[in-house]
Design a binder for this molecule. Sequence first.
Ligand SMILES: O=C[C@H](O)COP(=O)(O)O
Length: 256
Amino acid sequence: MRIPVIAGNWKMHKTISESLDYLEAFRTVGEKNGVETVLCGPFLTLPALVEGTENSSIGIGAQNMHWEEQGAFTGEVSPSMLRDLGVPYVIVGHSERRTLFGETDESVRNKVRAALAHDLVPILCVGETIEEREDGRTQEIVRKQTVEAVQELSSKEMARVIVAYEPVWAIGTGRSATAEDAQDVVAFIRRILADQFDQQVANQVRILYGGSVKPANIDELLQMDDIDGALVGGASLDPESFGQLVDAAARRGNAP
Ligand SMILES: O=C[C@H](O)COP(=O)(O)O
């Protein structure tokens, strides 16, 4: 059985002291058996988040990293720096990185490989824009982004990757994909993984949905066979609502 994942992406929100206040409130609601809970804060908050979640099951993630070990890359953070800090997860290829910061399929591939080589779990984001969806190109885009990112991995490496399907038009817009539409694309990603690797690997990989996930729509999303959790932006900023999402995943995990 795939363990559900609820990952919060704070994006460029929260100072160190705000992060600590958040943890104070979240620690009691965020730890649930059978759910992998992850908080991805801005780089500066990561040491406080790692320290503040010691002896808890809450995992901490970065929102980006460079793929090189070290070098003349002003402003960048390397995988070994994250590892050294005790950060186990990293978001890779978020659409905001792709569209606002020029991230390419090639850099995403390099980052996925580097994350795995440093024993970090990459949360690989893929998803189409509204124009691509309206042109009927969702599958083409999602296939390209997925294949380009994972094509050089071994099956063992692939099984450790978490994939997040995030249609760009649903991010921060309040307009979530319907659970059925999200399921269709997530199932399609699983078929791509079966083609690229094998069915066993495809069955193992956790695939999340992201895009305007909130307490009001999480249950229907989690009822879908192939959706193993959520990558959450806005609703992860409030410990109460993020806790409700974790609760929903715990209920799903406990369901017969
Ligand atoms: O990484 C998270 C996604 O971009 C979703 O953001 P959102 O929940 O605010 O739509």
